[in-house]
Design a protein around this ligand. Structure first.
Ligand code: N01
Length: 549
């Protein structure tokens, strides 16, 4: 694939950044329309999240039969998911299969990172600079860069002095790590930490978990999928998918119909228990309509979850330290396969770094402020990501009049529908900030966004238009709408990555759209039905006027 050639280099209709779920489908749709499109991917393979997060225990928390594409009925019929929740290798294999089956690889450039993007108003094009110094240009750019792809780097003093090995869950090496006879520390108890702890505890000689905030984790009840189940899903796939698309979270679970206040305590506990036995991320949150909006409703479920931890963990002091206090769901809930049980093992210790913070790292391990040294051979940083904006912030993006995205988003991201930002014409984001993406089954949101963008590009061509930009007015309205929806919930009360609270100095702005996939889809459909209301569309003649003027 020729992508170099300086400013006079090749011009594409579309450049897609990232070859994960979003980028692959975007390329497929672009090809269908006959667009000259290319994908730039920093990894050496397709897969995005599922390429980088290959740590032991990495597994999806959305059921595999829903965490997959729907665009090809043949693909739905031919891919056999083996477990209720697919593990990372299986999802990666699925995406590799998709790339091969639809011949997508020819138009993917691997091991190249986009470092800078400049909009040229007169040329009506983006000039993109890659990390090898090469340039290419294009009419449209789609950022399929992911919401959880820029890792939060471990910035602990002394890390360079550490004599052992260390890894970040979000950029795990491709070689197998041997845990035998190793003493290991895991820092972080989000979804990644919980999965890695559960996998490594039985293998390592000793594991110390350094926990800052305890997390809620629901049992996954993962198991092999039976052939009959798969056949049934396939037979009704279209219907099931439609239910997901119109739901809040992009899953087929029936929505709750009652407030937790409308039922007796016994009924509530029975419903929570039913959810716990069913398992999955919404085991408790799917129970009542006011779960995310009303303190007491959430508190009842919290008490149930803490009781479960006390039942599982035999040491009451450890159980207490593992018991979260925030509202369930306001930090992303994890799902697990025996996580809390790990703390009953003789080779696992829990250190509360809120009480005794990490001072620094030295050759033989992690020194706490109390003076205690946690001696280890291996450190696993499961400390998360610069979520939702981090991957875009890593690229120097300059729109109209040289406006940088960094400046435009200085006080937090501002978008219209999570799809575009005013000042950055012809640049789309897939599941950007202020879209439901991270609060939903990502694949449902990704397919909807890619379809929106692909249909929009087709519309522009049909109408001889070559420029599209969110208007400031529509963007202001969307930002306010998104904020108001969030203000009606408990989400704002937690120090979460949804709010940017995990990254020092990041503006505290709640970034996801909490209105749900179904409502959001309707909003987008209304925009399209009204000739892309809120977007300003331009013709090539406008460009000539501009260059003349
Ligand atoms: O990251 P996180 P993650 N010193 O930010 C702690 C998705 N995902 O990679 O809460 C000590 O959630 C931090 O503590 P605190 C999913 O959406 C999905 O686990 O900030 N500790 C926290 O405990 C998920 O939400 C799946 O006080 C430090 C942890 O590190 C998202 O990815 C699997 C620290 C970070 O948790 C991110 O998950 C994996 C420090 N300096 C991920 N800095 C599934 O599908 C941070 N921490 C199942």
């Amino acid at each position: 694939m020729e992508t170099t050639g300086g400013p006079g280099g090749r011009r594409f209709d579309l450049v897609i950044v990232g070859a994960g779920f979003a980028g692959l489908y975007m390329l497929y749709r672009a090809r269908q329309q006959g667009l000259d499109a290319v994908v730039i991917e920093r990894g050496s393979e397709v897969g995005g999240t599922w390429y980088w997060n290959r740590y032991p225990g990495a597994r999806c928390d959305i059921e595999s039969v829903d965490y997959c594409y729907s665009f090809s009925p043949e693909l739905v019929q031919e891919w056999d998911w083996t477990e209720r929740y697919a593990a990372q290798p299986e999802i990666l294999a699925y995406l590799q299969h998709v790339a091969d089956r639809f011949d997508l690889r020819d138009d993917i450039v691997f091991e190249r990172t986009l470092v800078r993007a400049d909009w040229g108003e007169a040329e009506r094009s983006w000039t993109l600079r890659l990390d090898d110094g090469s340039h290419l240009s294009c009419t449209h750019v789609v950022m399929a860069t992911g919401n959880l792809s820029a890792v939060k780097p471990p910035s602990f003093d002394g890390l360079d002095d550490f004599a052992g090995e260390w890894f970040h869950t979000g950029m795990w090496p491709h070689h197998a790590v041997d845990w035998t006879d190793k003493t290991v520390a895991v820092i972080g108890t989000g979804s990644s930490g919980i999965q890695v702890i559960t996998q490594v505890a039985p293998l390592a000689r000793h594991l110390t978990v350094l926990q800052r905030t305890p997390n809620y984790s629901m049992p996954a009840h993962n198991r092999p999928l039976l052939a009959g189940e798969l056949a049934e899903v396939r037979a009704t796939f279209g219907e099931r998918r439609r239910v997901c698309q119109l739901s809040d979270a992009g899953t087929p679970l029936p929505p709750p119909t009652r407030s937790a206040h409308e039922v007796t305590e016994d009924e509530r506990r029975a419903r929570y228990e039913e959810g716990w036995q069913r398992g999955g991320i919404s085991a408790l949150s799917g129970g009542y309509t006011d779960f995310f909006t009303e303190e007491q409703s959430n508190l009842w479920a919290q008490e149930f979850a803490r009781d479960k931890i006390r039942e599982i963990v035999t040491d009451p002091d450890v159980a207490d330290r593992l018991s979260p206090r925030h509202h369930i769901g306001t930090k992303r809930t994890a799902t697990d396969t025996g996580y809390f049980e790990m703390y009953n093992r003789a080779n696992v210790d829990l250190v509360d770094v809120r009480d005794d913070p990490i001072s620094h790292i030295e050759a033989s391990g992690i020194r706490l402020e109390s003076g205690r040294l946690v001696e280890v051979d291996v450190i696993v940083f499961a400390i998360g990501f610069d979520a939702m904006t981090g991957a875009l912030a890593d690229i120097d993006i300059r729109g109209t009049d040289g406006l940088t995205l960094e400046t435009a988003w200085a006080d937090g991201p501002r978008t219209y529908l999570g799809l575009q930002t005013a000042g950055f014409p012809n640049l789309f984001m897939i599941t950007g900030p202020q879209s439901p993406g991270v609060l939903s089954n990502m694949v449902i949101s990704i397919e909807q966004h890619v379809d929106f963008v692909a249909d929009c590009l087709a519309y522009l061509r049909e109408h001889d238009l070559d420029r599209i930009e969110a208007s400031e007015e529509a963007q202001d309205g969307w930002v306010v709408h998104t904020r108001e929806l969030a203000e009606g919930t408990l989400y704002l009360q937690a120090r979460s990555w949804y709010l940017g609270a995990n990254i020092p100095g990041k503006p505290r702005v709640f970034m996801p759209y909490v209105g749900g996939c179904g409502r959001y889809r309707t909003e987008c459909e209304t925009v399209v039905d009204n000739s892309y209301r809120g977007f300003v569309l331009g013709t090539p003649t406008d460009a000539e006027d501009h260059s003349d003027g």
